[in-house]
Design a protein around this ligand. Structure first.
Ligand code: NAP
Length: 520
């Protein structure tokens, strides 16, 4: 361990970071800013080099200029000359086509030369930031060219989507398996890099006040919302094939379900945590194709108003088939059939063109017996614990108290904690750091991916065979009416999420009719 490592225990091991898809959108918007932040924070030792590759021709210097422009567009803070110069010295580019094994040999030759110049320890980290159809071929060519044969460690980071269904995911996994071991494969789900998603475990397992309540005796239901305001934008060619189910539910939404529902791991060890997450998926009730319509709502946005502006419907978006039935919204009621969660509905919803962008988990506790206290409506609001993941990071608890100056009028109050998102590293920064250090806790293991597909496949089949109706909703609404009805079947409502009403009003109105605003 070098001197720098002794002063900064989080400093990363030396390696060559080989980025496939170096000219792409994700690389520009997320990966270069993340790598730059790691550099700026002093976490990258001298022996870390970044080698970009794609088909476009660039000299090393022209590519550095390209990266510089990306940083100027996508890094929030000012970039000092000093930081940039240090970062630029790490960056190289080799043109190559992943179809061509000879290009991999060229890259291999270059990496060897780099390794002789700087001490990279023979460690190689490959990041596939390109269309999924290239994943298998690239992994096989890494092996065939000798680029993945190295005296140090080698790791492969792979972007989503991992397959289109269980069968294609299994095939991809087999192909990757011929070149990399499971513990060398890091499947990205960037939600797992979000500060508050990682915090779910801490909130649950570091607070004695929640732990005894975290089961079907105390919890009425759990709701997980991940909403976007944007439409399909220029991603129609991808989205038409994926839809919200494959784009959001199979990965991000189920990951949040797992984090919320898992048993405490025996210790904070990667495999112990992943084992507990997988058990949730094993207990997740699967719906057969004919049952899907009873528990899953699919929707598609039509034209509407967003922030006072007219926006087109999904079918009018460029690149979308005129009779497309692709879902831009999914709501579902899930059940985890194990001892802890039997009977507790987990409602999830995700969609585009929603009124606000928000990701939140709302834990609704069971009602108190209602013979003692009521509010003015003769009701008592439930206790809620809200974990706010995006755009604000924090927690919110709703409790009931006596309204000051009254005899026994009960009103809901909010206890709110929010942390500055400026201090939280971006998800990609954290995940890159983890992969570099060899910590795969917040990457998805194959059994998670495969079980998630096995759950999703019958739903996708019901959608494609039209066995679950396609509902429509106007842009700017919270999905179709059927989504509200799904929750109402068990007497619930979708709780408002952050940004839906102003926080000050929200603090007293959660769970109440708007007309019952209470002012202290
Ligand atoms: P993109 O903008 O289309 O970039 C694709 C990259 O692949 C480009 O650098 C392209 O460069 C390179 N490429 C294409 N064909 C190639 C070939 N035959 N040989 C070598 N390089 C080739 O895609 P992206 O949006 O960055 O997405 C990359 C991955 O991240 C995808 O798996 C996507 O699903 C995932 N992802 C993206 C986002 C996002 O926000 N963009 C978010 C989540 C996940 P050349 O044309 O120069 O070869």
């Amino acid at each position: 361990m070098g001197v720098e490592n002794q002063t900064n225990p989080r400093q990363l091991p030396p390696h060559v970071f080989v980025l496939f898809g170096a000219t792409g959108d994700l690389a520009h918007r997320k990966l270069y800013p993340a790598l730059f932040q790691l550099h700026r924070k002093g976490l990258l030792p001298d022996g870390v080099s970044i080698l970009g590759t794609a088909r476009t021709e660039f000299t090393h210097d022209a590519f550095r200029d390209e990266v510089h422009k990306a940083l100027q567009s996508f890094v929030k803070e000012d970039i000092s000359d000093n930081d940039w110069k240090g970062f630029a010295q790490r960056i190289y580019y080799i043109q190559g086509n992943v179809d061509n094994v000879e290009d991999f040999k060229k890259i291999n030759q270059f990496v060897r030369e780099l390794e002789q110049k700087r001490d990279h320890g023979g460690n190689r980290l490959f990041y596939l930031s390109m269309a999924p159809r290239f994943f298998a071929e690239t992994a096989l060519n890494l092996k065939a060219s000798g680029l993945s044969d190295t005296k140090g460690w080698r790791r492969l980071i792979i972007e989503k989507p991992f397959g289109h269904d269980y069968e294609s995911a299994a095939e991809l996994n087999d192909q990757l398996g011929t070149a990399f071991e499971e513990d060398e494969i890091y499947r990205i789900d960037h939600y797992l890099g979000k500060e508050m998603v990682q915090n779910i475990e801490v909130i649950r397992f570091a607070n004695s006040m929640f732990q005894p309540l975290w089961d079907n005796r105390s919890i009425q239901s759990i709701q997980i919302t991940s909403s976007e305001t944007v439409g399909v934008e220029e991603r129609a060619s991808y989205y038409e094939k994926s839809g919200a189910l494959r784009d959001m539910v199979q990965n991000h939404m189920l990951q949040m379900v797992m984090m919320t529902a898992m048993e405490p791991p025996s210790r904070l060890h990667t495999e112990a945590i992943r084992d507990e997450k997988v058990k949730v998926l094993r207990s997740l009730r699967r719906y057969d194709v004919d049952e899907v319509k009873n528990h899953v709502i699919r929707g598609q946005y039509t034209a509407g108003q967003m922030n006072g502006k007219s926006v087109p419907g999904y079918l009018e978006e460029p690149g979308v088939a005129e009779n497309s039935t692709t879902e831009t919204f999914v709501a579902a009621r899930l059940f985890i059939d194990n001892f802890r969660w039997a009977g507790v509905p987990f409602y999830i919803r995700t969609g585009k063109r929603m009124p606000v962008k928000s990701t939140e988990i709302v834990v609704q506790f069971r009602d108190m017996p209602k013979h003692l206290y009521f509010n003015q409506n003769g009701q008592l609001g439930p206790n809620l614990l809200v974990i706010r993941i995006n755009p604000v990071e924090g927690m919110y608890m709703q409790m009931n108290v006596k309204r000051p100056g009254t005899e026994n009028v009960v009103v809901p109050i909010a206890m709110e904690f929010s942390q500055s998102t400026d201090k939280s590293p971006e998800a990609y920064e954290r995940l890159l750091h983890d992969a570099m250090i060899g910590d795969s806790t917040f990457f998805t293991r194959w059994d998670e991916v495969s079980l998630a597909w096995k759950f999703v496949d019958p739903i996708a089949q019901a959608f494609s065979e039209d066995k679950a109706p396609l509902h429509h909703y106007a842009s700017g609404e919270w999905g179709p009416q059927a989504s509200a009805d799904l929750v109402r079947e068990q007497g619930g409502i979708w709780w408002p999420v952050y940004g839906e009403s102003t926080p000050s009003v929200e603090t007293v109105l959660r769970g109440q009719e708007a007309s019952t605003e209470v002012k202290f």
